[in-house]
Design a protein around this ligand. Structure first.
Ligand code: FE2
Ligand code: FE2
Length: 355
């Protein structure tokens, strides 16, 4: 963070060693670490908590007032978050809510290893920087939401005639995030990457808007010519993203290539037998490999006009069988090894109606 470097250039703020943003998901009440700027801050990545379980943050959200904690160790490590902040070498904190038109979108944290660092005098100097940091963070989250809203509108319109439901998108994006979290360490995926993957995964089939009704709505199996037409949804999706990129200035959005890759490569197979490019193994971006597993697992376990829902066991057997062929083995393993998380997601996002 450029801003962080500038702030530390101000002598009085040199001991401000960490700035972090946690993003809040209204639908699940979950708070996740998103971006941070600090040295050796691994202790605080991939932190997830339910906001209602952290009363001190819930209070900040409710009142809209920032909070200073002079010595985090006074919490005695009672909460995992405090414990990890202390382990990270930090003693004091200053926390601001990120509010977007009155709605909580996350929190901005400032930390220092010095107890009592955030004195009234320091806060006075920090204030303008904190405002800018909060503004930048809110804008960034806002920007993603605007793009998402635009794309979801397109999806909603297209769903009038599509075979995929909102619950499918809710579930598959959460499977993708879960897989991303499992692979984070071995594949060095940052919290930021995983959050963008979660935000963008639901857009994988955006190109279906451009598939003709007679194919998209056909109740039975597609013949060869129809299948070829259906498969064009990938290239069409890519063109839609490029079009949006021009009109919304998407190229400014960090990690926008995750969206492009998810849309462009979610039907590629690990063994090279997928479409449209026939990419193989590591040629396929990791975000697309993860999305493919998340998407197919949910499609199999969902009811569609032309098929019954498979049981989780049947779908897992299929993934296992296709692991190393269609699917990236570590992504399959991540999903298979977390049955209780899968069930929790399924319980939370039940199909309300078939549209
Ligand atoms: Fe697709
Ligand atoms: Fe899908």
């Amino acid at each position: 963070m450029d801003l962080h470097d500038r702030m530390r250039g101000v002598a009085a703020l040199a001991a401000l060693t960490r700035i972090a943003v946690a993003v809040y998901d209204q639908k699940t009440d979950l708070l996740r670490t998103f971006i941070h700027s600090s040295e050796g801050d691994a202790a605080l990545t991939r932190y997830v908590a339910r906001l209602s379980d952290v009363p001190s943050l819930a209070e900040i959200a409710q009142t809209g007032h920032p909070r200073v904690v002079d010595d985090i160790s006074c919490y005695n490590g009672a909460r995992e978050h405090s414990r990890r902040v202390i382990e990270g070498g930090f003693r004091s904190s200053y926390t601001l809510p990120l509010l977007n038109h009155g709605r909580l979108s996350g929190f901005l944290f400032f930390n220092s290893p010095e107890p009592g660092f955030f004195s009234p005098c320091i806060l006075h100097q920090l204030w303008p920087y904190a405002q800018v940091a909060a503004y930048i963070a809110t804008m960034e989250l806002d920007r993603i939401h605007v793009i998402q809203a635009a794309v979801h509108t397109v999806i909603r319109i297209s769903r009038e005639r599509d075979d995929e439901t909102g619950a499918h998108l809710d579930r598959m994006s959460r499977y993708a995030r879960m897989i991303g979290e499992c692979l984070a360490e071995s594949h060095t995926l940052s919290d930021e990457f995983i959050e963008y993957l979660f935000q963008f995964a639901p857009l994988h089939d955006i190109g279906k808007v451009a598939v003709p009704d007679r194919i998209l709505l056909k109740p039975g199996r597609l013949d060869a010519e129809e299948t070829a037409e259906m498969q064009k949804h990938v290239d069409k999706g890519r063109s839609i993203i490029d079009m949006m990129s021009d009109s919304f200035g998407l190229d400014q959005v960090p990690h926008i290539e995750i969206l492009r890759n998810v849309v462009s490569y979610h039907h590629e197979s690990w063994d090279g037998s997928g479409y449209p490019h026939g990419l193989k193994g590591g040629e396929i971006p990791i975000e697309a490999r993860i999305t493919a597993v998340a998407d197919v697992f949910d499609a199999l376990t969902s009811t569609r006009p032309y098929k019954h829902a498979w049981s989780n066991q049947q779908a897992c057997d299929f993934l296992q069988e296709m692991s190393g062929k269609k699917f990236y083995p570590p992504a399959v393993d991540a999903l298979l090894n977390n049955p209780s998380m899968v069930e929790a997601i399924q319980k939370q996002f039940v199909e309300t109606q078939f549209d």
